[in-house]
Design a protein around this ligand. Structure first.
Ligand code: ADP
Ligand code: AMP
Length: 214
């Protein structure tokens, strides 16, 4: 099963992707997490990606496609995966479609988590992330058991630099200009499912499960 998560930044893609990954035994691949771990480790890729991420812009397609194709070519992806944050542009989607079709394969589901812009700034300013394991929380909606501490690994949670309101507004603009057209792209491919993402995490997940199990 090959799944693409669509939706604005802060719509809940990562939250749901982790739950799908655990329930269905699929690797969760987040290009944002790959970039952040490269930034943390001080790699050349991380230095390059950071210039764009700090401004809420997209990392160039060529670089992003390269790291994604490298990741999905690994053995653990043979039975499928959940892509979270990729593709984000039509050219990225086209490369993925082409690579898959060369192997007689295709994306099975594009899950579009629909959340209006007015909810997004609140979702992202309240998001707290674990810099170590990548788990995310929300100070109001998805609080950790102990304030400021990751339930999974006990590390201190942080507010991502790019979750500050001024950067979020730019990320939303970029989403509407460059990523939203993917909704039509995957609709035309017959694999789009749109889910109302304004409901609580478990309700959204139950709907996703019934789509995937159908
Ligand atoms: P994305 O991966 O799409 O950027 P996240 O999964 O990180 O989004 O979610 C953004 C923020 O919203 C996080 O703080 C997360 O805990 C919270 N969140 C996710 N899903 C919901 C939901 N259904 N209701 C309320 N808050 C949510
Ligand atoms: P995310 O963790 O998915 O919210 O991504 C954080 C940031 O990483 C984005 O704002 C982009 O700067 C960059 N990024 C992640 N995925 C992609 C992608 N597929 N294409 C371009 N940039 C990306």
């Amino acid at each position: 099963m090959k799944i693409v998560m669509l939706g604005a930044p802060g719509a809940g893609k990562g939250t749901q992707a982790i739950m799908i990954s655990e329930k269905f035994g699929l690797p969760h691949i987040s290009t944002g997490d790959i970039f952040r771990s490269n930034i943390k480790n001080g790699t050349e890729l991380g230095k390059e990606a950071k210039k764009y991420m700090d401004e809420g812009r997209l990392v160039p397609d060529e670089l992003t496609v390269r790291i994604l194709l490298d990741r999905v070519s690994r053995e653990d992806c043979a039975g499928g995966y959940v892509l979270d944050g990729f593709p984000r542009t039509i050219p990225q989607a086209e490369v993925l479609t082409k690579e898959l079709s060369a192997m007689g394969d295709a994306i099975d589901f594009a899950l579009n988590i629909d959340v209006p812009d007015e909810n997004i700034v609140n979702r992202m300013s309240g998001r707290r992330s674990c810099p170590s394991c990548g788990a995310t929380y929300h100070i109001q909606y998805v609080p950790p058991k102990k304030e400021g501490i990751c339930d999974e690994c006990g590390n201190a949670l942080i507010l991502r630099d790019d979750d500050k309101p001024e950067t979020v507004l730019n990320r939303l603009k970029v989403y509407h200009e460059q990523t939203q057209p993917l909704i039509d792209y995957y609709n035309a491919a017959g694999v789009l499912r749109t889910i109302d993402g304004t409901r609580d995490v478990d309700t959204v997940f139950n709907e996703i499960c019934s789509i995937l199990e159908d």
